[in-house]
Design a protein around this ligand. Sequence first.
Ligand SMILES: NC(=O)c1ccc[n+]([C@@H]2O[C@H](COP(=O)([O-])OP(=O)(O)OC[C@H]3O[C@@H](n4cnc5c(N)ncnc54)[C@H](O)[C@@H]3O)[C@@H](O)[C@H]2O)c1
Ligand SMILES: CC(=O)N[C@@H]1[C@@H](OP(=O)(O)OP(=O)(O)OC[C@H]2O[C@@H](n3ccc(=O)[nH]c3=O)[C@H](O)[C@@H]2O)O[C@H](CO)[C@@H](O)[C@@H]1O
Length: 488
Amino acid sequence: MVDGDGLYGSSRSDEQQRALLTSGRVPVAVYGLGKMGLPLAGVYAETTGNVTGVDIDPSVVGTVTNGESHVVGEPGLEALIADQVAAGRLEATTDGTAAAERARIHVVIVPTLLDDRQKPDLSTVDSVADDIAAGLSPGDLVIAESTLPPGTCRDVLRPHLAGKSGLESDAFGLAFCPERTSSGTALRDVRGQYPKVVGGVDAESGRAAAIVYDELSSNDVHLVSDATTAEAVKVFEGIYRDVNIALANELGRLADELEISVREAIETANDLPMCQIHDPGPGVGGHCIPYYPHFLLSRMTEPMELTRTARTVNDGMPTVTADRLEEELSSVGTSIAEASVVVLGLTYRAGVEETRASPAIDLVETLEDRGAAVAGIDPLVDPASCGARPVEIDRLEEEHFDAAVIVTPHEEFDRIPWTALESMIVVDTRDAMDLSGTDHRVYTLAGSADGRRPRAGASGDAVDRPDGEPGSEHGTASVRRTDGGNDV
Ligand SMILES: NC(=O)c1ccc[n+]([C@@H]2O[C@H](COP(=O)([O-])OP(=O)(O)OC[C@H]3O[C@@H](n4cnc5c(N)ncnc54)[C@H](O)[C@@H]3O)[C@@H](O)[C@H]2O)c1
Ligand SMILES: CC(=O)N[C@@H]1[C@@H](OP(=O)(O)OP(=O)(O)OC[C@H]2O[C@@H](n3ccc(=O)[nH]c3=O)[C@H](O)[C@@H]2O)O[C@H](CO)[C@@H](O)[C@@H]1O
């Protein structure tokens, strides 16, 4: 048994441990204050009242110290951070070792990426583990929320923490408790939108972490057998999504040959609860879904052919998009090598300031390789960072483009005055825009959910758009954000 206020191996009653936690007697350090780490630190602060956030980026730490949020598009986050910092319940530092020395609960929420050979790159997690080990005490509880390759807590983190701290490996707790959060709803999700999965490297770690999340979350705690199972749950959720989207993309590509809108067919098939086909699109981006399959692909001896193929299908979608654009251009006598193209939306998802693995990057590169001059518009990031010449939304009218490709339907694109723009080809990879009231020649990848085939106006379309749709008389267009549209 451990003396003091640590939860791991505590001899106190369950109620006493909860009281310690919620009264601020158990200091918490949260390592990584990014898109998910800052909301998580905020919720830890509102629950425990004693949180130090750690980030290697001094500008992030400076912002949080001022009671502000550097993460945009998260309802309630600015107010939460302002309140918690003002009340002295949350502070921030770049000094991970000092934070670790104070803390009894250590929460890791830094990115886990891939190296050049698509193998997991755990260097950020390793570096945080060094910080934690420097301040680790008997009875401390380490919680990993960063998505990890299954087996990492048991085989890598636990020996790492023990070796660097000099403690026996059963002197401190270690549990994997994955984020089930999504940008745009992070606070809602952390506070308990879904059951919280908890798995410890030993039973006592699982027990202690379950207490923490029972206090933090309004939803159930789902305690699984061990940390590796919990790690697998998170990676499986991501692989399911990647494989499902790959299926949607494979089916979506059939729209021209079948002479139907595949989106209409998918939406109709999804009437049945056993059928949940996701949305076709230009590919799968972000620093989660395209990465997680490799957490197993790079390490398992089983072939995992389906998972591997799904990655190939999704990674191929920017090329498919470029091919469709090239065909449309060629049908009006324009060579891609002479075309000027504007890409609308460079981030991987609408409203999220993130371009890692964004399909827009590969699309820009592919179009440029084929000789096109590529410009880009994005309200959140500089298109130049993705290789495209930056254009302002409000200056589009001054430019001439042979084509536009809608990759990521930010809501700011509602402002685009389509009827004022010279007529051009518009490849809509998301079924995001209704341009039927304009002169533009539209190609909707996989067709439109309302039944329009990929080429707007193709004879035989079953469903006509009713007059007076929003925006049509002003020449603007309503934007549907379909990425993840099948989610509940
Ligand atoms: N973004 C999502 O939708 C999402 C959803 C579920 C799970 N996750 C998991 O959460 C992890 C973090 O995601 P995110 O979106 O918050 O990432 P992010 O890129 O927005 O932020 C990561 C933060 O960690 C900081 N950091 C990097 N190295 C550090 C170190 N050694 N010590 C302290 N801070 C360090 C960075 O400066 C940055 O502020 C992901 O890798 C993933 O495993 C993310
Ligand atoms: C359901 C959900 O919210 N899952 C989340 C996901 O969040 P995310 O921010 O990575 O976003 P996604 O919505 O998964 O999109 C990824 C890419 O796939 C494209 N896409 C998506 C759906 C579709 O039907 N067709 C598509 O083509 C989309 O455009 C984008 O490029 O990962 C997090 C980390 O693990 C999870 O925690 C989190 O739950």
